[in-house]
Write a protein that binds this ligand. Structure first.
Ligand SMILES: NC(=O)c1ccc[n+]([C@@H]2O[C@H](COP(=O)([O-])OP(=O)(O)OC[C@H]3O[C@@H](n4cnc5c(N)ncnc54)[C@H](O)[C@@H]3O)[C@@H](O)[C@H]2O)c1
Ligand SMILES: O=c1ccn([C@@H]2O[C@H](COP(=O)(O)OP(=O)(O)O[C@H]3O[C@H](CO)[C@@H](O)[C@H](O)[C@H]3O)[C@@H](O)[C@H]2O)c(=O)[nH]1
Length: 436
């Protein structure tokens, strides 16, 4: 079936490629002309495993096409899937202006007055569907022509295509059998492959997304809170969370203590959920604490660095990894930016390396007398006083650390992700410091 997707970012592009690979005819619209031209040429603006080859396949098969023409986008299908950004405003609320732009465009360019299903794929606060109906009304459009549905996305960056194609569940919030029928057709192949399709009302679907992200973030902060306890009592947080996670009711995922969560989703979505609570007159205190614990991890790492190295003036620190997690070049809300700014503020010099995220990071931190970028991890560490392992890329696990240590000025190794084997690092001559 035909589907129009608005927004060629992580979610829109991945969704477009994945749905096209399942045999649908997908038209991807974006306001960013450069991005659309790049995609038409078969090049991806983001780094994701397998994305480029699959993109080229679906372009070649004619299943995925692109447009900058809004009239063509609106006319293409009754399914209008909105995948634009919903970033945080200063006060923590979700900025829905890009969603509103799409709704406005669809309504204004629906010249044939065809019925359209406006699908919220972007992460939006519960109740947004009502807001969308208000926007439509305020445009003097007939509400009979539009129906809103919620179909939140749960993919993780770094594993985005895999997650879209192998979902734990597909959530569809609908208010009519018409919408339910369209989703059943869209996700028919997924259902046949055994992936659960959950139909519910729209508010519940919107809330499932807010609730799931906040729960996962809370789980990480719980592990980080335990890391603080472990440091006080000489326990090992990796073992503690392993022991907890073996209980099936708890589960081992998302209990990895470290520098805390970053990225374009958890920080903004937890903040937005707290604000949703406030608007409802509720105090979602668990989530406030989740953000506080998360921020504290970064400060704790800085404290550890200062207590090991003393005055950072003229010290040089190498950072292994800049992306907010492995497998992506995304640096939105990466802990690396906080740490680099904090270190530079204390007059340290930094040597920075990441296998794919340097171009994005350079847009925030330019090369200078105190900031140098490198193209190999081992080079980054030459002559430095300390290494911070920030992003757990696989390549950092297999480096020749004996050699790296011998080329350093001093021997401090801060494992902000608890990924290295402590004993082996000590054997290689490092003063190893983990998080908990
Ligand atoms: N990144 C993720 O891993 C992820 C996962 C699940 C859900 N989400 C949610 O999905 C939404 C999109 O996130 P993202 O990371 O893909 O964003 P993104 O910033 O990567 O992409 C957004 C795209 O929308 C385009 N855009 C802006 N205004 C537009 C308009 N009026 N019409 C068409 N295109 C327009 C932008 O040019 C950009 O290409 C957000 O709500 C996010 O919270 C993200
Ligand atoms: O045990 C863990 C797991 C993750 N993280 C950190 O948490 C952040 C988020 O990681 P992850 O969830 O893997 O990446 P995202 O791509 O941000 O995906 C999250 O946010 C998306 C956007 O809403 C959702 O779709 C996904 O389901 C949800 O996992 C990263 O900084 C990770 O390093 C930890 O510190 N410890």
């Amino acid at each position: 079936m035909n589907i129009t997707i608005y927004g060629a970012g992580y979610v829109g592009l991945i969704g477009a490629v994945a749905l096209a690979s399942k045999g649908h005819d997908v038209l991807l619209y974006d306001v960013d002309e450069f991005k659309i031209k790049q995609l038409e040429a078969g090049n991806t603006p983001i780094y994701e495993e397998d994305l480029e080859s699959m993109l080229r396949e679906v372009i070649a098969s004619g299943k995925l096409t692109f447009t900058l023409d809004i009239q063509q986008a609106v006319a293409y299908s009754p399914l209008q899937m909105i995948c634009v950004g919903t970033p945080s405003r200063e006060d923590g609320t979700a900025n829905l202006s890009y969603v509103q732009d799409v709704v406005r465009s669809v309504v204004r360019h629906n010249h044939k007055a065809e019925k359209k299903l406006l699908i919220e794929k972007s992460t939006v606060p519960v109740g947004t569907h009502k807001q969308i109906y208000h926007w439509i009304e305020s445009l003097d459009a007939s509400l009979d022509l539009y129906e809103v549905a919620s179909n939140p996305e749960f993919l993780r960056e770094g594993k985005a295509l895999y997650d879209f194609l192998h979902p734990d569940r597909i959530v569809c919030g609908v208010s009519s059998t018409w919408a339910q029928g369209l989703f059943s057709d869209l996700y028919k192949v997924f259902k046949e492959e055994g992936y659960p399709l959950l139909f519910t009302d729209i508010a519940s679907a919107e809330l499932i997304k807010q609730a799931a992200n906040s729960f996962l973030a809370m789980k990480i902060s719980y592990a980080n809170m335990l890391a603080e306890v472990c440091e006080q009592v000489d326990a090992n947080v990796v073992d503690v969370t392993k022991g907890m996670g073996l209980d099936k009711r708890i589960g081992k995922e998302f209990l990895q203590a470290g520098i805390g969560f970053g990225g374009s989703c958890f920080p903004k979505d937890v903040s937005a959920f707290i604000r949703t609570g406030e608007e409802l007159g509720l105090n979602l205190g668990l989530l406030r604490e989740t953000l506080l614990v998360n921020a504290r991890q970064r400060d704790r790492l800085i404290q550890k660095i200062v207590s090991a190295l003393g005055d950072l003036h003229d010290k040089t620190i190498a950072m292994f990894g800049l992306a907010f997690k492995a497998g992506t070049d995304d640096v939105r809300e990466t802990p690396a930016i906080y740490l680099v700014r904090e270190l530079l503020g204390r007059q340290a010099k930094v040597h920075l390396y990441d296998p794919v995220a340097i171009p994005n990071f350079q847009q925030m931190v330019k090369e200078s007398q105190n900031v140098r970028y490198f193209s190999h991890a081992a080079e980054t560490a030459k002559g430095v006083d300390a290494i911070i392992l920030l992003t757990p890329w696989d390549e950092f696990m297999t480096l020749d650390y004996d050699n790296i240590r011998s080329n350093m000025q001093d021997n401090h190794f801060f494992d902000a992700r608890n990924t290295m084997n402590k004993d082996q690092m000590k054997k290689a001559g490092f003063h190893y410091i983990g998080m908990g």
